[in-house]
Design a protein around this ligand. Structure first.
Ligand SMILES: CC(C)(COP(=O)(O)OP(=O)(O)OC[C@H]1O[C@@H](n2cnc3c(N)ncnc32)[C@H](O)[C@@H]1OP(=O)(O)O)[C@@H](O)C(=O)NCCC(=O)NCCS
Length: 316
């Protein structure tokens, strides 16, 4: 064991140098244990997501890499662990299942980030993790360190690839079509902002960056559009081009148009559109655990595979 520990080194992350290596690590570990870690599109979203400030190089410091210099030569990446800190107080442990022994080191690094980030703010020293109920090793570790389970946070949902796509009809006066986040920014932002408040700050720069993501396919960014041209419901299907791991993110219906079946027909249309893609796995990780989202995804064949709980602790 001592020999293995000594072969593992941690180092800084640089997007340009390391993104593809991290992507390979997430794909490799997903094959061993689906959804144990982030999926590649979620990691890419850190830089290419449409909502929130444009990514700065300085944010590279919130990711740290652990590598095994002696990892099998057939592996496409030496990475065995990735810590991700989301200021001010969220930590994520991405781990290769054979290297659980370094989880404690990743947590220590995340705790240091939280303390540093919390200095002088009301969040001083708070750190939280969102942990799947089947991630026993991490749960035991967090419990031992004094973290507490603060309750249900989200649902991981997976849609079997052979699950049939339901028939659907678009209501009179409405259409489902692909939308252009750059040319139609105002409507896009209004719809997403009505559901996810932080998207109200979406800029044209965000829009251009989003369109340039490797997971982005213009045909799979769709909306239910009303007679007036407003976007009543929206959804984006993100396909990781290297692995085919695919997520529906985001999905939402404007509050004025809910409970009319629009999200259902939009997802059904999205599934049809995605049929010509090379999809290996279809999911909604971290789905909203509300009754509305649960009914929607359940009806559309996205099975609940695990719940995620929020574990947190005040550090200092
Ligand atoms: C979840 C959401 C997208 C549903 O949109 P919608 O257009 O109202 O959904 P639909 O009308 O297509 O309904 C889908 C199913 O959910 C049910 N449903 C919708 N809203 C519901 C509610 N508030 N309570 C209970 N069931 C509800 C419908 O009855 C239908 O179920 P059924 O086919 O078994 O009868 C919408 O509520 C929303 O935007 N929520 C906030 C964002 C969110 O949670 N997005 C998902 C993120 S992971």
């Amino acid at each position: 064991m001592r020999g293995i520990a000594m072969a593992i080194k941690d180092r800084t992350f640089d997007w340009d140098r390391d993104f593809e290596l991290v992507r390979q690590f997430l794909i490799e570990t997903h094959k061993i244990q689906p959804l144990l870690n982030w999926i590649p599109t979620r990691f890419e979203n850190r830089k290419f997501g449409p909502c929130g400030p444009v990514y700065e190089d300085d944010e590279n410091r919130f990711v740290r890499i652990w590598e095994d210099t002696r990892k099998s030569k057939s592996a496409l990446t030496p990475i065995v662990g990735v810590g991700i800190f989301s200021p001010p107080s969220e930590g994520y442990v991405n781990i290769h299942p054979q290297y659980r022994n370094i989880e404690r080191d990743i947590i220590s690094w995340l705790e240091a980030q939280a303390i540093q980030s919390g200095n002088g703010t009301s969040n001083a020293g708070e750190l939280g993790f969102f942990v799947r109920e089947d991630n026993g090793h991490l749960i035991t570790l967090l419990e031992g360190l004094g973290y507490q389970n603060k309750g249900l946070y989200s649902h991981d949902r997976v849609r079997p690839l052979d699950y049939p796509i339901p028939e659907f009809e678009v209501p009179d006066g409405m259409e489902i079509r692909s939308v252009d986040i750059v040319d139609e920014l105002d409507k896009y932002r209004a719809a997403q902002g009505s559901v996810f408040k932080h998207c109200l700050s979406m800029t044209i720069d965000n829009a251009r960056i989003f369109k340039s993501a490797s997971f982005y396919n213009p045909n799979l960014d769709i909306a239910v559009v009303t007679e007036d041209g407003d976007f009543a419901a929206f959804c984006t299907i993100r396909v990781d081009p290297v692995s085919g791991i695919t997520e529906f993110e985001p999905v939402g219906t404007h509050p004025d148009y809910r409970k009319r079946g629009l999200a259902k027909i939009l997802i059904a249309d999205g599934l049809r559109r995605a049929e010509d893609q090379d999809i290996s796995f279809m999911c909604v990780p971290g789905a909203n655990p509300t009754e509305a989202a649960s009914r929607l995804y359940g009806t559309m064949g996205f099975e609940l595979t695990a719940r995620e709980y929020h574990w947190s602790k005040t550090l200092a």
